[in-house]
Design a protein around this ligand. Structure first.
Ligand code: NAP
Length: 275
């Protein structure tokens, strides 16, 4: 499954819809400190934003800002009607409380879908902005016509960022969802049941061929930096011959995350007009 290509199509769709809007959406990415990985992620998000015709309202805040001063910057963006989406890049420096800062963002500007309000809406099956990586997984499955209705789907990982919201999105689509985590007993036995196996654990080589049903679809959300370069959680070489479809790492779910950020930004801009 070619995440790069599907992401390219979605990005083109987003650019076309931005082009039709009378007021251009504006996304404020907020980067606190100088963590190189976070800076790289933010830069690639900003490039994608500009390519789609969205206004880049980026803010870079130095590491020495305290909770109150970062909160004040977010509050300013919340009150600014020209800013239609806000993204606080995680992880934040240790002296800051991420949850309370994220929850200052109103749900209609929460393009990352990480506020308690949007998480609650997802849990209750209500309309809201969903986190980008789980939404990207669904978009990829849809693009390749993988049927989720009544399917056995096993998700490895239960983080608030990926596994948990993904489980909710899959339930909405009438999949039978099994959530696995580090305390799950006999993980391979559960994985072998899966018509669709999704791993978001961050453990290289976690999913081997013997844990995958022949003809299954495998989505690898994991991104692991090893001495041989980037890899996912799946032992790709041995698993690929058994499956119906599989995502590579890199080039699978990763590009979808940014594409869904752009889609959420357009949705948020429409919401902002309504609020
Ligand atoms: P996280 O917060 O560390 O969560 C990892 C989850 O995996 C936890 O629920 C953990 O279980 C579970 N887990 C860890 N080791 C396991 C094992 N041996 N067996 C079964 N479950 C295990 O990580 P995350 O933020 O969700 O990210 C997960 C992975 O996805 C990482 O590699 C990350 O880099 C990648 N990621 C990729 C994208 C993308 O765009 N492609 C976006 C976000 C994240 P416990 O809950 O019991 O600890």
């Amino acid at each position: 499954m070619d995440g790069k290509e599907v992401a390219r199509l979605i990005r083109a769709e987003v650019a076309a819809s931005v082009n039709q809007m009378s007021v251009r959406p504006a996304l404020a990415t907020v980067l606190v400190g100088d963590d190189p990985a976070s800076a790289t992620y933010v830069l690639s998000k900003r490039r994608a934003i500009s390519d789609a015709g969205i206004v880049d309202a980026h803010r870079h805040v130095s590491q020495d800002h305290n909770q109150g001063s970062v909160a004040a910057i977010i509050d300013e963006l919340v009150l600014d009607d020209s800013v239609t989406g806000i993204l606080l890049q995680l992880p934040l420096p240790d002296h800051l409380d991420s949850a309370s800062l994220i929850n200052r963002i109103p749900p209609h500007k929460d393009v990352d879908g990480l506020t308690e309000a949007n998480a609650g809406r997802l849990l209750l099956g209500q309309h809201g902005l969903a986190p980008c990586t789980p939404a990207g997984v669904l978009a990829l499955l849809d693009h390749y016509d993988i049927d989720l209705f009544g399917a056995e789907v096993v998700v490895i990982g239960r983080s608030n960022l990926v596994g948990r919201p993904l489980g909710q999105l899959l339930l909405r689509r009438h999949a039978t969802v099994t959530m696995c985590h580090s305390r799950t007993r006999d993980l391979p036995r559960l994985c072998r049941r899966a018509d669709v196996l999704i791993t978001a654990a961050g453990v290289p080589g976690l999913v081997t061929a013997s844990a995958v049903k022949v003809g299954a679809t495998v989505i690898d959300v994991g991104i692991n930096r090893t001495e041989h370069g980037l890899c996912g959680d799946v032992a790709f070489g041995e698993v690929m011959p058994r499956v119906h479809a599989i995502t590579p790492v890199p080039g699978g779910v990763g590009p979808m995350t940014i594409a869904m950020l752009l889609r959420n930004t357009v949705t948020a801009a429409h919401e902002s007009i309504r609020v």
